[in-house]
Design a protein around this ligand. Structure first.
Ligand code: CU
Length: 303
């Protein structure tokens, strides 16, 4: 009798488990199919294609730009360190675009995270420098287009993710407007920025070329590029007791710093700025730029 009860109990347990799991799986499947249908209709909507286009364009623009730069630098023989910083982002952005296409809900989160990470990590290196000196037009153009494009990709990824998270709810017209406002603002910012920048570049070039022409030594345009001439003349000869003046005619900050520590140091010399130092003693005084250590020059002081 005891065993009969036990078998009966087991049967009930088994049946309940079986029924429950079968029930669950049927309901689950229907729910899933319903959700998939909603998502599919949402994904085929114009909003979705707009989200995909903006996200892919925003992230893809960086991939193309940074890859082209790496190839160009590689051909020219010197690959600066920011090219290496770009590599993980090229991979991350590429994966995000593929994911956005194949698995939108995961993809848009990735798009949002990688867009924000790109802005956060890359802007400290270039943003202020690029905007402050439009005469360095390559960098200026990079800054004024890359970051707005990344921002657009991030905003669109966020909006697309919010829509996908709740696929049964119709997309509000506010969000549709918001999408268009974001595109118009970002395009306007880029076009305006490039226009103003190219005008400012002309002015800056003029100012730099007319900056202190009485200086003894000129920091040449493009001095930061490894292998190109930096200080002109590279060796300047002066009589003891005289003062030597440097002028920075490049578009970026440089220094004139003694290779013998503590002897003399100009500190940061902004574009157009001059700096002077007196040489009372005879000898050869080597100096370099602390920001671009390959920039070297010397002053020979004679009796
Ligand atoms: Cu320098």
């Amino acid at each position: 009798m005891y065993s009969k009860i036990r078998i009966g109990l087991l049967c009930t347990l088994y049946q309940q488990t079986f029924c429950w799991s079968r029930n669950e799986s049927t309901v689950g499947k229907t729910m899933k199919r319903h959700r998939a249908n909603m998502e599919a209709s949402l994904l085929s909507s114009p909003t979705r294609s707009l989200s995909f286009i903006v996200t892919a364009a925003g992230l893809g623009y960086f991939i193309l730009y940074a890859s082209a730069q790496i190839v160009a630098d590689w051909i020219s023989g010197s690959v600066p360190f920011y090219d290496y910083i770009h590599i993980p982002f090229i991979i991350l952005f590429g994966l995000s675009i593929v994911a956005t296409w194949a698995r939108p809900r995961v993809g848009y989160i990735m798009g949002l995270i990688s867009g924000v990470a790109g802005i956060a990590v890359l802007s400290p290196f270039t943003l202020v420098k690029g905007v402050s000196s439009p005469a360095d037009f390559g960098l200026f153009f990079y800054v004024i287009t890359i970051f707005p494009m990344m921002l657009a990709a991030s905003v669109y990824s966020l909006l697309a993710y919010l829509d996908l998270r709740n696929p049964s709810r119709p997309i509000s017209s506010n969000r549709l407007y918001l999408r268009w406002i974001v595109i118009i603002m970002i395009l306007g910012f880029m076009i305006g920025g490039v226009t103003v920048g190219s005008l400012a570049a002309g002015t800056e070039n003029q100012l730099l070329s007319s900056a202190n022409s009485n200086a003894d030594i000129t920091i040449l345009r493009g001095a930061a590029v490894q292998g190109s001439p930096a200080y002109n003349p590279g060796n300047f000869t002066v009589k003891a007791g005289n003062t030597v003046t440097w002028v920075n005619k490049d578009t970026t900050v440089h220094t004139v710093t003694s290779s013998t520590s503590g002897s003399f140091d100009s500190g940061s010399l902004n574009p157009g700025q001059t700096w002077s130092h007196a040489f009372p003693q005879i000898g050869v005084f080597k100096y370099y730029c602390t920001l671009h250590v390959w920039m070297k020059g010397n002053v020979t002081v004679t009796a």
